[in-house]
Design a protein around this ligand. Structure first.
Ligand SMILES: [Ca+2]
Length: 522
């Protein structure tokens, strides 16, 4: 019986008693009325408690810097990720999901606060959102679930940097091996010290991400046995640089048959200058170096190996959940904070407004969600917060800028009339609709790509002096969705790693020193 029906039954009984047998003495009537109120109230309390303890749990799985190189996303023809592929079959895979910022911190802050970077001014790697206005006192996704009776627990990389204390009932400290100062594969003097990849001779069980997965797998049956519903947030660090895995995972991808991403040498010729500058990350190796040094295939192989290793660990979590009492009452959400270029558009890493960076895996499975469905509608990580409130029947929050995906989780072909947006730096926005990507930079220059005919975004349809009327109309239609407010970067903003914002004016070796000093300071 729902809370509403209990209230209605209570009211009905009171009315019935009010007009009951007139022969009954007035004191007796009063007593009956009081009893009736007490019964109705007790039923109401019991029902409310029951609905709290039967609310679905949430298993929230984050994978850092994971692009579409998953079997179910088809981003690389050789990648092997059987566990994530199976999860997609059990739920809804969003094939056109995008982050709201193309680097860790602002992407995660936007997702967890449910606000756009253009609203908060959080555009770059720093500062921490708790140290600045206007986000200092914001209530995160996790806090909201805590406030509604959930036990919220976490381990691994969920926030960029330290876990936000107010967000969790329990933060389990990471343990396990991670690459130290030694280099695995190459020594290019002028890149960030984290930039490295290769096979490691360290058993999987000893590695950091594995220990995170093993802990979470042990924790799930315990959480399932609790009276309160749970929200477990598990964050994997791989395949973020340094990209490594053990021999078992490298052996899946023999070098001699490895396929590399498709590129065209003139790809960047039709880009506005601001696009070239914005994406000129001085901490990553240049694509030309990757090709000339012969390292391209080694990095691609390491990324594939790391993805298969992470997939194995996701499998550990899903197996534990399936064997637990919470199997039928848990929503699983798997996502990444942004994608990653491995040579596409002649670039490496993130910090771009192109498809390989903005597109992210996003999969939902569990109660109330369709199974084995692919949803092509353009959605964002910012939509996850309102969706989870909806799926768990928690009250909606008016301050959230995303939109609940619940209609699409029931019917993945349902109508959806809005594009999604990704922002890098103030007033540089890229809108992704179902077919087109439209990008407008702060200086007014533009890009337009037709994904039906150009999935690699090789041809900027607005680069020619007089673009066709049809393309101009598409751009104008999408432009309507650009934010009208663009917050200044918050105080202490840093970590754009772009020449546009000054930081790129330092030389590559200075960038490297800066990175090393930061690591030592930790
Ligand atoms: Ca990241």
């Amino acid at each position: 019986m729902s809370t509403e029906s209990v209230i209605l039954v209570g009211i009905a009984l009171v009315i019935r008693l009010t007009f009951m047998d007139s022969s009954m003495s007035s004191s007796r009537k009063k007593l009956m009325r009081t009893l009736c109120f007490a019964v109705a109230s007790l039923a109401l309390i019991t029902t409310t408690l029951a609905s709290e303890s039967t609310r679905p749990n949430v298993l929230f799985i984050s994978i850092d810097d994971l692009n579409d190189w998953l079997g179910c996303y088809g981003g690389h023809p050789q990648v092997q990720t059987p566990h994530i592929d199976r999860l997609a079959q059990q739920g809804v895979l969003f094939s056109n999901a995008h982050c709201q910022a193309p680097i860790c911190n602002p992407s995660r802050v936007s997702m967890f606060l449910g606000k756009l970077p253009s609203t908060t001014g959080m555009y770059f790697l720093g500062p921490n959102f708790r140290t600045v206005e206007p986000t200092r006192s914001d209530q995160t996704l996790f806090q909201t679930f805590r406030d509604h009776g959930y036990f919220v627990s976490t381990r691994g990389k969920i926030f960029h940097g330290k876990a936000d204390a107010a967000s969790f009932d329990h933060v389990e400290k990471s343990t396990g091996w991670r690459r130290g100062a030694e280099k695995l594969r190459y020594t290019l003097a002028k890149t960030h010290p984290l930039w490295d990849w290769g096979q490691v001779d360290v058993p999987d069980e000893e590695q950091r991400d594995y220990q995170t997965a093993a802990w979470a797998a042990q924790e799930l049956p315990k959480l399932a046995a609790r009276e309160k519903p749970f929200f477990l947030a598990v964050g994997f660090h791989l395949p973020h640089v340094p990209i490594y895995a053990s021999k078992r995972w490298f052996d899946l991808y023999p070098l001699d048959s490895l396929q590399l991403p498709e590129t065209v040498t003139v790809d960047r010729d039709d880009l506005p200058e601001i696009a070239k500058q914005l994406t000129l990350n001085p901490t990553a190796p240049r694509h030309s170096w990757m090709v000339e040094s012969g390292e391209w295939k080694h990095a691609v192989r390491a990324y594939l190996a790391a993805n298969s290793f992470v997939d194995h660990m996701v499998g550990m979590l899903l197996k534990s959940l399936a064997n637990s009492d919470a199997a039928d009452n848990t929503i699983v959400v798997l996502w990444s904070d942004h994608g990653f270029h491995l040579g596409e558009k002649l670039r490496w890493a993130k910090r771009t407004l192109w498809e390989e960076t903005t597109r992210v895996p996003l999969i939902f499975a569990g109660p109330g969600i369709a199974t084995d469905q692919l949803c092509p509608r353009p959605v964002g990580l910012i939509d996850v917060f309102p969706t989870l409130l909806d799926l768990t029947s928690l009250p909606p929050r008016a301050d959230l800028e995303g939109k609940s995906l619940q209609p699409l989780l029931k019917n993945p072909k349902a109508k959806w009339n809005r594009p999604t947006i990704c922002t890098f730096g103030p007033n540089n926005h890229s809108l992704r609709g179902e077919r087109y990507r439209y990008t407008r930079y702060a200086d007014g220059s533009e890009e337009l790509y037709d994904h039906m005919n150009d999935p690699n975004e090789w041809n900027n349809l607005l680069a020619i002096k007089e673009p066709g009327v049809e393309h101009r109309q598409v751009a104008d239609r999408l432009k309507h969705w650009l934010p009208t407010y663009n917050a200044d970067p918050v105080a202490g903003s840093a970590g754009s790693d772009s020449p546009i914002y000054g930081e790129g004016k330092i030389s590559l070796s200075e960038a490297m020193k800066k990175g090393e000093a930061k690591r030592k300071a930790k």
